[in-house]
Structure formats: C-alpha cells, structure tokens
Design a binder for this molecule. Structure first.
Ligand SMILES: NC(=O)c1ccc[n+]([C@@H]2O[C@H](COP(=O)([O-])OP(=O)(O)OC[C@H]3O[C@@H](n4cnc5c(N)ncnc54)[C@H](OP(=O)(O)O)[C@@H]3O)[C@@H](O)[C@H]2O)c1
Length: 264
C-alpha cells in the first residue's frame, strides 16, 4: 500500500484516480480548494495559486505523511482572461508551474527513494510562443493560448531539469499529457465556446476514468528511468528541444527567485 498525494484531485482525472486508489486500499490525499473529497480520500484544502498557499499545502502534507510514495501534480485551470495573483504572477503560470516547483521543492524530504512524481503537463505537444522570459506575467495583449503554451513548456522543463537541480535524488519523474479528456473544461472556457467545447469533448475526448487509469499504470508499474515523457501513453523522446537542460536550469533559477521573493 502506498501513500499518494494528488493535486487537482477534487475533480476530473485526479478525482477519478484518487477514488480508484482509495478503493484499492491506498492512503490518498487530494489537494484543492473544494470542500469535498471522494469517499475514503483525505482532503487537504488549499489554494495552489500563490506561493504562500502552496507552502501551506506542502507543510500540511509533510505534517500528515512521513513519506509520500506517489505525488501527482494535476492541479490546473484554464484562464480565458488574464488574472494576476497576489504574488503578481500570471495565474496560469503561477498555478501550473510555480506551484509545482514550490511544492516538490518543499516536499523533497518526504519523497523516499523510488518515489514517483507524475506531472500532468504539456509534454512538448503544444505549439505556441512558449516561455516569455522577459514578460512572464504576459503584460501585453493577453491570449489564453499563450498562457497555456508558457505554462506547458515550463512544466515540461521542470521535469527535464529535475535531476540536475536535485542531484542524488532517487525520484522517478514522469511527464504525462493525457491529451483531450472530457472533464468539463467548457465551464472554465465559458459562454458559447465553452458549451461547444463540452459537446466536442463528449464526442471525441477520452473519459476521465480512462485518463485516470493511465496515470494509475505509472504508479502501479513505474518506469525505471529517472525521467520519462508520454502523450496518452505514447512515449515522447527526451532529446527534443523542449527538454533542453540549460533552458531547464534557467527556469529553475527563475523559480527560485520567484519563490524567494514571494516568501519574504
Ligand atoms: N482535460 C484535458 O483535456 C487535459 C488535457 C491536457 C492536460 N490537462 C491537464 O491535466 C490536469 C488535470 O486536468 P482535468 O481536466 O482533470 O482538470 P479539472 O477537471 O479542470 O480539475 C482541475 C483540478 O485543479 C484544481 N485546482 C484548480 N485551481 C486550483 C487552485 N488554485 N488551487 C488548488 N487546486 C486547484 C481543482 O480543484 P478545486 O476546484 O477544488 O480547487 C481541480 O481538482 C490539469 O493540469 C490540466 O491542465 C488536461
């Protein structure tokens, strides 16, 4: 039996995964702002949209768990409009990238040898401008697609640079994009576009149980390599430019600066 913590486990893929693991007898905690967790699953309520909120969640996880065998980083939200967090960051970047960095960084002491970190992320699949190093807050004309592109690239790079950032860590880092999943994204998009998206998702997207089963396989039978990447189960080669280690190191430096500035 393993201890599993799932951010974004109050809805969608994470929720279905949490429910399945709990039915199998594992100890599972989900992180989210919602008040309700699936049956048999612990709830750690918190907002991962800020550095302070993420630190509070990490401290609560460490207080409850001596070890976290599996950490699934799934919290995410589509922002049709530009939202600036209390830390002065663009919300998509803050939630998807800064919080993942801050959470893993703080939880390292409770990740045992062989722990599996699954980051549900972009895995080099999304075109777009990527990281705007000179304007991470996307202060120019906002486009949601650009925000998603930036956050996706950053989450990929956090995995790509993990072993360099934490040499000697025995964590197995799994980058995973579930592709199109029918989890109710239309509500986040809103309006007619959102309704249309839900119709299309109902027709063409995978259901959340399928997507959760895929993540479950990473936990039940983890890859042996320290870093792997896949899209809906199809491996993605790690020599792609999206996983460039120098760029990843640059991002880690930026992340350190952001979290230090937001913690003072
Ligand atoms: N669905 C897709 O087609 C698809 C495709 C590729 C990648 N992904 C990525 O896969 C992950 C899971 O997708 P999904 O569709 O299953 O997600 P979802 O159903 O939209 O659920 C999002 C989860 O993130 C949590 N969350 C959002 N904002 C948060 C915040 N500020 N603090 C803490 N938790 C927060 C939500 O919890 P609360 O509401 O309780 O806070 C919820 O549990 C996401 O990162 C998404 O970007 C999804």
């Amino acid at each position: 039996m393993a201890n599993t913590v799932i951010t974004g486990g109050t809805n969608g893929i994470g929720r279905a995964l949490a429910a399945r693991l709990a039915r199998e007898g594992h100890r599972v905690a989900v992180v989210g702002r919602s008040a309700v967790a699936p049956e048999g699953v612990e709830l750690i309520r918190g907002d991962l949209g800020t550095v302070a909120g993420t630190a509070a969640v990490a401290d609560e996880v460490a207080a409850r768990f001596d070890v976290v065998d599996h950490l699934v980083l799934g919290a995410g939200r589509f922002s049709p409009r530009r939202v600036i967090t209390a830390d002065g960051l663009e919300h998509t970047f803050a939630l998807h990238a800064v919080s993942r960095f801050a959470l893993v960084d703080r939880l390292l002491p409770v990740l045992p040898t062989g722990a599996v970190v699954v980051s549900v992320c972009g895995v080099a699949g999304l075109r777009g401008p990527g990281i705007r190093w000179d304007d991470l807050a996307l202060s120019g004309r906002y486009r949601a697609f650009h925000a998603v592109s930036q956050a996706s690239r950053a989450t990929d790079l956090l995995g790509a640079g993990f072993a360099d950032r934490y040499p000697g860590s025995a964590v197995r880092y799994v980058l995973h994009n579930p592709m199109f999943v029918d989890s109710g994204l239309g509500a986040q998009v809103g309006g007619l576009r959102g309704k249309a998206l839900d119709v299309v998702a109902g027709l063409f997207a995978r259901n959340v149980a399928d997507a959760a089963d895929q993540v479950h396989r990473f936990l039940a039978d983890p890859p042996t390599a320290p870093l792997t990447a896949s899209r809906a189960g199809t491996p993605v080669a790690l020599d792609r430019p999206e996983f460039d280690r120098a760029t990843a190191a640059r991002l880690y430096t930026v992340m350190e600066g952001i979290t230090a500035a937001c913690s003072t």
